[in-house]
Design a protein around this ligand. Structure first.
Ligand SMILES: [Zn+2]
Length: 146
């Protein structure tokens, strides 16, 4: 695997990524407060059924959005924890270093691009993957995704 000889992140790179994570988390807390305000403002004080259902729709839409934010916030916390034990930037699957460029694009990444593509291939293309294996061919998407 080409990715396995990635160099460890430098101190400066780690610092950049940690700041990025902290910034994203801060931005999220802010938008979480915002949507909480919108939620309370959207609470109906009367109004007909149509308005009510629109309000319900908006609220559930916002809640879904918030759930996603909460999920992402947890990922950020998890990533920040890894700094404490000096494991940030290591691939969960193969233990190699995740490329700095990939982490800059996705600071919560827990897999290197090779393992990530493998996992995605297993998830979404398991049928195609199995089929091409049975034909004795290996589909290599690495070049396309890099
Ligand atoms: Zn990996």
């Amino acid at each position: 695997m080409a990715d396995n000889n990635n160099k460890a992140l430098t101190k400066k790179q780690l610092e950049t990524l940690k700041n990025k994570l902290l910034e994203e988390k801060q931005g999220m807390v802010f938008s979480d407060k915002e949507s909480a305000n919108e939620l309370s403002l959207a609470l109906p004080d009367g109004g007909d059924d149509v308005e009510q259902s629109i309000t319900d729709y908006n609220n559930s839409h916002q809640l879904r959005f918030r759930n996603r934010e909460v999920f992402y916030a947890k990922k950020i916390d998890k990533a920040l924890k890894k700094f404490e034990v000096n494991e940030y930037g290591l691939c969960n699957d193969c233990g190699c270093w995740i490329k700095f460029e990939r982490l800059m694009a996705r600071p919560t990444a827990e897999q290197c691009i090779v393992c990530k593509e493998e996992a995605e291939r297993d998830e979404s293309n398991s049928f195609i993957g199995r089929q091409s294996k049975s034909l004795g061919k290996v589909v290599d998407l690495t070049g396309m995704m890099a």
